[in-house]
Design a protein. Structure first.
Length: 108
């Protein structure tokens, strides 16, 4: 029997870039361009979509810094940070049990 909570978690976190974005924000707040540089291969439109989605569900917060220059930063909320132990455990399991993916530096 399928656990509905597990299915929901993987449907959301398994969406390309969502889990990796959360893991990247574990290092602390980051701006849009900084996140784009940290995730080679993600387009600006997909990054914008994923950050919006993560903000809407309350895992990431968006803060506008008054300028000049005006800036925007993103950081994990308490709910987002609560996922980090599970993401760390998944990453550890993957390193130990899944073959390396050629051509995918850093797994992204």
């Amino acid at each position: 029997m399928c656990d509905q909570g597990l299915a929901s978690a993987f449907a959301f976190l398994g969406k390309r870039w969502n889990g990796v974005l959360l893991g990247t924000l574990a290092a602390g707040p980051a701006g849009f361009a900084e996140l784009g540089r940290a995730l080679p291969g993600i387009s600006e439109s997909v990054l914008s979509d994923r950050l919006g989605e993560l903000c809407r569900v309350g895992l990431v917060s968006r803060t506008v810094r008054e300028g000049p220059p005006v800036g925007v930063s993103y950081e994990l909320t308490e709910r987002g940070a609560a996922l980090l132990p599970a993401l760390d455990a998944l990453a550890r399991w993957a390193h130990e049990n899944l073959p390396a993916q050629p051509g995918r530096a850093g797994g992204c």
